[in-house]
Design a protein around this ligand. Structure first.
Ligand code: RAM
Length: 336
């Protein structure tokens, strides 16, 4: 609002005897991760906050007590009463947050999501770090390559309800129908709940139950780091791939017997935080509404288009999954 208009509104309010409206300094955004103590969300949040503050907004970063929908609902209840301009959330469940997120939208709060999408009716925008099928394809091809095209493999996931992990697992299962992967046998999907100790225990259980297991694929930064340590400490013949933070995987990455993980994937973490912040601001400011085909400029990151997501909603895709291996891990570990 320009200054003239602002004083006209204030004067009008005084004439009418109303209390003068309170104008916030900048947009207020609440950023909600899946769980506390996960470096993934801390890194994304740092870039989110930096980008939002550079635009004059303020960010409240909030974590639920556990990586569950119930714990996020408690957080959302509290946030709705505070009336931020937007809530940007990484969802612990695809459907269970719908009523609460709809309540937020009905209360005039914009709802954006990043990393892990609540269903299409629960959000206005979703910033997907990389296409869901692109992630599934990269992971499945890594399993195929590391297993030598045949044998048993298992998935070590986050929670059984995690929206993003389940979407990647579904993508892998669909891709596995191709004849190319006919000699790979997915023996189990285990859940470490994005907790280090539970992820370690689940990895050990996979090793105990499947002595011929060739590869574990952990599409979670918490799971892959826990599995990497256990496999490497025990000089296990079972190898590892998945999604990880280079800084947490530095000592475990290499295509030799000394290392448990030949290579793995993630995406541009700083870019994820920044794009999520700038698209949330674009939503608040009315530059986008989340409709298919809209475009906007995310500062110096350039132009982005809102495209169709696999769940029938829309999304903004950051880019491609990035591979981390012995060639680039040292450099990338300095970044995230
Ligand atoms: C964990 C979380 C997060 C996921 C990464 C790959 O940190 O589950 O949602 O995107 O792994």
């Amino acid at each position: 609002m320009n200054k003239k208009l602002l004083s006209a509104v204030l004067a009008g309010a005084m004439v009418l005897g109303c209390t003068a409206p309170v104008f916030a300094e900048g947009e207020k955004i609440a950023l909600v991760g899946k769980s506390a103590g996960n470096a993934f969300f801390e890194i994304a949040a740092a870039s989110f906050v930096e980008a939002a503050e550079a635009e004059g907004a303020t960010v409240d970063v909030v974590y639920p007590e556990t990586a569950t929908a119930d714990a996020q609902i408690k957080v959302l209840d509290n946030l709705i009463s505070q009336q931020p301009d937007a809530i940007c959330i990484s969802a612990n469940d695809v459907n269970a947050l719908q009523a609460k997120l709809e309540e937020a939208m009905d209360a005039g709060i914009k709802v954006s999501s990043f990393d892990s999408a609540p269903n299409k009716d629960s959000r206005q925008i979703f910033v997907n770090q990389a296409g869901t099928v692109a992630v599934g394809q990269a992971l499945l091809d890594a399993v195929y390559d590391i297993a030598g095209g045949e044998g048993q493999w298992a998935i070590l996931s986050a929670t059984s309800q995690a929206a993003n992990q389940n979407a990647w697992i579904d993508a892998m299962k669909t891709l596995m129908e191709d004849e190319k992967y006919a000699n790979l046998e997915l023996v189990e999907v285990a859940y470490g709940d994005d907790e280090p100790q539970k992820s370690t225990d689940q990895t050990q259980a996979l090793l105990d139950n499947y002595p011929d297991l060739k590869v574990i694929c952990a599409p979670t930064t918490v799971g892959i780091a826990a599995a990497a340590k256990l496999l490497q400490d025990n000089a296990s013949a079972t190898k590892l791939t998945g999604l990880g933070l280079p800084s947490e995987m530095l000592e475990y990455t290499g295509a030799d017997d000394e290392h448990s993980c030949p290579y793995f994937y993630l995406w541009d973490m700083q870019g994820l935080g920044k794009l999520s912040a700038l698209s949330t601001l674009a939503l608040i400011r009315g530059d986008i509404t989340g409709e298919l085909g809209e475009t906007f400029t995310a500062g110096d990151m350039g132009d982005y288009e809102i495209t169709e997501a696999d769940d029938g909603g829309t999304e903004i895709v950051l880019g491609l999954p990035l591979e981390f291996n012995s060639e680039n891990i040292e450099e990338m570990a300095k970044l995230y």
